[in-house]
Design a protein around this ligand. Structure first.
Ligand code: ADP
Ligand code: ZN
Length: 291
């Protein structure tokens, strides 16, 4: 049996399941401080004969195996989680292999294995929620270099009608600073779910997301783009994203029919936890391979 954790800033989803993506049992635990959250996580998994654990975590995290802080959540402002040795704590409690990656990379893996990008060796998963992040499968592997990608913080061209200064504490008006849920709320004065009928809100949102997608398309050339996260619950965003992407790309690269190319998660809200199960599966396989 495989264990999976989708560690988010608001809640942890914990599940046990198998390598067919089947979830057998699942719970949600509020993300408070590690001393409160982690004992509940450990208590849940102690009930099952798990052979490995996969973690898709909020970040930034250290995913470099050779690093002295591999397995840590690194520079988060979230109280208690800064420099937190996540993998080490799990290994201490369970003595099983632990797979560790970003929440969005896990979601990309879940979607590529069982969801909207099933059967493809390339896809991009983007979440537009409290923050913006993306994970990618490139040539069948999760994209990783010096660290994991941080695709939410790219620079975008400002919408001509947008005087809002931006919400990112590091860059102000990067993509996340202009287009994540908190930026929408700060710019328009109310949360996104109260702005359903305001066309200019979703037009502007589409303008920013489409710029990001153009850059991801030009750099990574993904075979499928999956858009998730709370803000994308506003399905009208797709119309504007598609319209602006077509306009910006301007025929330079041939793209598939956009309604088929840019899609919602096939696994719905289970993309991240299903991908975390696959991280557990991969961790177990890697361990067996070296025995
Ligand atoms: P998180 O990013 O914390 O995992 P979500 O993906 O649900 O969680 O993102 C939360 C953000 O999405 C909040 O800023 C919230 O205002 C926004 N949001 C949630 N639901 C909607 C909705 N139906 N319409 C527009 N914005 C939404
Ligand atoms: Zn930023």
């Amino acid at each position: 049996m495989l264990g999976a954790i989708e560690a988010g800033g608001t809640k942890f989803v914990c599940a046990v399941g198998n390598d067919t993506g089947q979830i057998i049992e699942r719970i949600e635990i509020p993300t408070t401080i590690p001393a409160e959250t982690m004992p509940q996580v450990i208590e849940f998994f102690k009930k099952y004969p798990i052979t490995s654990i996969g973690v898709g975590s909020f970040g930034p995290i250290d995913v470099i195996k050779e690093s002295p802080t591999y397995g840590f959540i690194t520079s988060t402002p979230k109280p208690g989680w800064n420099h937190y040795p996540f993998v080490q704590v799990l290994k201490g409690a369970f003595s099983v292999p632990v797979g560790f990656n970003t929440d969005v990379n896990a979601a990309a893996l879940g979607e590529a294995t069982f969801g909207a990008a099933k059967g493809l060796d390339s896809c991009l998963y983007i979440t537009v929620g409290t923050g913006i992040g993306a994970g990618a499968i490139v040539q069948g592997e999760l994209l990783q270099g010096l660290s994991h990608p941080e695709m939410g913080h790219i620079l975008v061209r400002r919408h001509p009608n947008d005087p809002y200064k931006g919400k990112c504490p590091y860059h102000h008006d990067c993509l996340e600073g202009l287009a994540a849920g908190p930026a929408i709320e700060a710019r328009w004065g109310v949360k996104g779910d109260q702005l359903v009928d305001q066309v200019e809100v979703w037009d502007m949102e589409g303008y920013y997301i489409a710029q990001a997608l153009m850059q991801y398309v030009l750099i990574l050339s993904p075979k499928k783009i999956i858009l998730g996260g709370g803000v994308i619950k506003q399905k009208q965003v797709f119309t504007f994203v598609n319209r602006y992407l077509k306009e910006f790309v301007n025929g330079y690269v041939a793209l598939p029919e956009l309604t088929d190319y840019i899609v919602s998660p096939g696994l719905g809200d289970n993309a991240g936890i299903t991908g975390s199960l696959m991280l557990a599966h991969q961790a177990l396989q890697a361990e067996n391979h070296f025995v």
